[in-house]
Design a protein around this ligand. Sequence first.
Ligand code: JCF
Length: 677
Amino acid sequence: MKQTIEAVQQQLDQLRQQIEQFNYQYYVLDAPTVSDAEYDRLFRKLQRVEQDYPQLVTPDSPTQRVGAAPLKSFAQVAHNIPMLSLNNAFEEDEVMAFNRRVCEGLEVQEIEYSVEPKFDGLAVSLRYEKGILKTGATRGDGYTGEDITLNLRTIKAIPLSLSIEAIPELFEVRGEVLMLKADFNRLNQQCLEKGEKAFANPRNAAAGSLRQLDSAITATRRLMFFAYGIAPSEDSKVPRDSHSAILQFLKTLHFPVARECEVVKGCPALLAYYRKMAAQREQLPYDIDGVVYKVNSLVQQDRLGFVARAPRFALAHKFPAQEAITRLLDISVQVGRTGALTPVARLEPVFVGGVTVTNATLHNADEVHRKDVRIGDTVIVRRAGDVIPEIVSVVLAQRPNNTQLFVMPQYCPVCGAKAVRTDGEAISRCTGGLFCPAQRKQSILHFASRRAMDIDGLGEKLVNQLVDNAIVRNPADLYQLGLLALANLERMAEKSAGNILAAIEKSKHTTFARFIYALGIRNVGEATAKDLARHFGSLDRLIESDMDSLLQVPEVGPVVAQSILDFFAEAHNREVIERLRASGVSWEEQTDTINKASKNNDISGKTFVLTGKLPNLTREEAKEKIEMCGGKVTGSVSKKTDYVVIGDDPGSKYEKAVNLGIALLDETGLKKLLQLI
Ligand code: JCF
């Protein structure tokens, strides 16, 4: 059947509009409304029709996001209006000085600021002519950049065309290209599987992807774009009152804009925003390296103007760098609680992530060889949040010629027992078990740790002394400690000895889940310990369990089950447990909490999300209480969330909960629901 050209044109328009709408929902709103299969079906249909009617293909068709042949080099692009840089601040005083200068310059007491995260990506400009994306360029030196239009067109969050009614004939959007952490991890995983080199961080991966001369390669990398501004324009179609209005305008044009943008007043609010984002940083889906403060009023911005190449009305308040370069002095081997031998890099001290770092983990021997890390190398160290510092990569250009290779020892460096590496495992382990002082120390430290028995003050130095002097051999010995034995230790005053004994006494009252976790059974982490506690309810039932009954526990598979069986099969372990119980370590039997909870239909199986600071409960306590009653606590709000518990200073989860119409609770509401009051 032959269609009229008008009918085909109409069909093409509709398909293109639908596909771009799906792109928008998926990439910008993060809320897809169709399946991948349905999307692919429409896309292939559009491709087929365009194949039959090549004269109807337009540059803004979704099929044209990758279309051209690889380039030989990038052309230069002059920025009509320069792309500025921002002045940086690291310290709070510098922020206060900035605010003071702004207040004085404008002769006002308090300023309204638009605040936003500072993306750790690559700045680009997008030039739309008559609504069509014509040129995309890197920032370059701010005056001239490189033409990377073909690569930017592959980013599905970037509109290829905009409604000409909404924008001026010449319209320039500025923002940052980056790779989401999840996409970065996936890409690196793929690289490793193919035996290729991994990227050091999402920024490098984004830069490497954006600098491809072949846009077909860029298209295989999932890049994201966030808009943070426009080139100044006199046109009445663009907002001319405030920066926040410009961001809102960009949102209505379907550009991605950071959800974390806010408008605040005064300097203390700037610093509060900085701290809030620093705390959220690890949870954000992308890397940020600070926050940006901008005077919100565009009239006030104009009055302040520029110094050199940076605006007086804006400031980048940066987080301490998470990566630094230093020298690797040696690689030693640490023995963990389960005997795992971990290579640890000894480093020339370096300030990174806000602290001085001297050690970094190298995970295992394969990792050392894959990264080709050698003793004497110059390395990039990364410390992100509270995560253990690690070696990102070697700076090969600075490798001296006398570096030494690392060899994993065949024997435990602490007890001398044979080290074995099971086929298919990356980890070598000491076979010395609890005869190995290192394993003994680590298992006692784990037992006492905050999320286990929570014995305050029982740290590494004290445990080393206790084990080395044969005062404590296993966790049960802790409950037999006397004041005298403790006070005789080096650097131990009577007062601190008393504090430790009190902390040990206090730890006797615990929960079943904490106790299971504290035992340090291989492959049994906090979550599994909770599952086991909930399922078995009593220690005797857990000890007497067999493979079949263990496999009944949700999330427990044969490997975990076998570890549990092995642990309780060991007479020594059962003896320690008996002595712990005899010393008075106890908990409320879970059976009755479970019964109470299962009667309480409001909670059992329900999903909770916590946001903000609660007046009396810590996050951990609230989580524990919810789980005791059979509820689940998750990290992000979705349609499946049943309750969102709101504290002071709640995050974006609060807004999301309101938008999705999810039940909100404050601390009192939560306690009532859990029948605690
Ligand atoms: O997120 C960023 N890296 C970022 C950079 C955000 C901004 O609002 C910026 C910027 C660079 C220059 N604003 C300007 C004027």
